[in-house]
Write a protein that binds this ligand. Structure first.
Ligand code: NIG
Ligand code: FE
Length: 429
């Protein structure tokens, strides 16, 4: 029997998803949830006629408030251990990201911490971060491996990512990223051989990773090495993704287009030709303004992507180099620093972000049949998400129609493993 779990009614603004205006919205809007999916959405009077609030297990009066699709964060490195806050301070004094990496810091330092951490600690760390993300309105998040750089640790990371997906209300999408950095003392070609010949077959047998990503960058993996990794990943059933043109222009975007990757991410140095190639190949560009903010770098040219008709997505890139859990913050930067409208930014962090994860069946919208993942804001319109920068405007979060956050409080989440690891930074204490 179908189950009317939740009815939300009287919303000042209910955002369904992209539309002509450029958003499809309802004033005095409502939605009804049956079996975890949006069964009806529209004017309150119409929805309540078919789905009376008194028949629902839960009725939410959203008067004066906005209801938006749950945020989809399509690029994170949210599973890590250790603390790199001192590198933040060093960067403020002028040290570059590449200098830190060349000295064995940065990614390589997190690799040492992750190799030493047991699965229980890693899981507690990730669940804690997912709590914070959920409280900030994120209901689906992609998480990459890539702080193992050896078969055993990469598999451990993917296993923890899968466990977190099972244990936490946030949907976690697993990406294998053995080609995230070249381990200290190794040669790039030799390590690429290892990723292709050892890590990818092991990841295929494990059967968890859905995407394969590579850091195609000056001083990291060349285009040719990246191509080898992504082709092998594809043969092993993983869809390609590329970290492209983050610190310099090396050709990762053209590679993403050639391989028809799900997404090309960062794109700070992408050219007009790169943008055209992505649009032609149907690759979703994922922009990560929090990273540019943290690096003090130029932002990606979002307007050029939008003008070319690309379905621009945004993500947090949450990682020890960019300690930002909040999609709202990424949307604020998208507007203020990249010239996007609040509507562009919302679509980028919901529907287009879902496209970057190959979720084409309604995720990131509240149209009928979509997963009932949504946030009720403590604010009257979606504009307040980017407008109130530095503030979490999310009040209530529903995942598949179940209320998992109330009053902006992540402590109602179901996680039972709580981390005391340094890098949690005391967010939940
Ligand atoms: O997307 N660029 C490579 N990976 C991350 C940074 C990871 C780290 O510094 O730990 C990024 O920015
Ligand atoms: Fe990244």
């Amino acid at each position: 029997m179908s189950d009317l779990t939740t009815v939300v009614h009287g919303a000042n603004e209910l955002v369904v998803g992209p539309g002509d205006d450029p958003l499809e919205t309802y004033g005095d809007g409502a939605l009804a949830v049956v079996d975890g999916e949006v069964a009806a959405v529209g004017p309150t009077a119409d929805v309540l006629r078919e789905y009376p609030a008194e028949n629902a297990a839960e009725a939410i009066d959203a008067s004066g408030r906005a209801v938006v699709p749950g945020f989809v964060d399509p690029h994170t490195h949210a599973l890590f251990a250790g603390d790199r806050s001192d590198e933040f301070a060093a960067k403020l004094r002028g040290k570059s990201y590449q200098d830190i990496l060349a000295e064995g810091g940065g990614i390589l330092r997190t690799v040492r911490a992750v190799r030493e951490a047991d699965a229980e600690t890693l899981l507690a760390n990730l669940l804690g971060h997912l709590d914070t993300m959920l409280a900030n309105g994120t209901t689906t998040v992609e998480v990459k491996s890539g702080y193992g750089l050896d078969t055993e640790t990469e598999l451990r990371m993917l296993d923890v990512i899968e466990q977190a997906d099972r244990r936490h209300p946030v949907d976690v999408v697993p990406t294998f990223m053995g080609a995230h950095a070249i381990p200290q003392g190794r040669d790039g070609d030799d390590y690429t051989d290892e990723v292709v010949a050892e890590q990818i077959p092991a990841v295929e047998s494990q059967g968890i990773a859905e995407f394969c990503d590579v850091f195609c960058e000056e001083g990291v993996f060349t285009v040719e090495q990246s191509r080898r990794v992504l082709r092998a990943g594809e043969e092993a059933g993983m869809t390609p993704k590329v970290h492209a043109e983050e610190l310099a222009h090396v050709g990762g975007t053209q590679l993403a287009a050639e391989l028809e990757a799900a997404s090309a991410d960062h794109l700070l140095y992408a050219t007009d030709d790169d943008i055209d190639a992505l649009v032609e190949a149907g690759v979703t560009p994922v922009l990560l303004p929090g990273t540019a903010f943290g690096l003090g770098a130029e932002y990606a040219d979002a307007e050029a992507f939008l003008d070319a008709g690309a379905p621009v997505a945004v993500a947090t890139d949450f990682n020890p180099n960019c300690h930002a859990h909040s999609m709202g913050f990424a949307m604020s930067l998208s507007c203020v620093e990249m010239g996007m409208t609040p509507a562009d930014a919302l679509v980028a962090g919901t529907r287009n972000a879902a496209l970057a994860l190959d979720r084409t069946a309604g995720l990131g919208t509240l149209s009928a049949g979509a997963p009932a993942d949504f946030a009720v804001l403590d604010a009257p319109t979606h504009v307040h998400v980017p407008y109130q920068y530095g503030t979490n405007v999310v009040d209530t979060v529903c995942k598949a129609g179940e209320t998992v956050v109330e009053g902006g409080d992540s402590n109602v989440c179901v996680t039972d493993a709580r981390s005391t690891d340094m890098q949690r930074g005391g967010h939940h204490e």
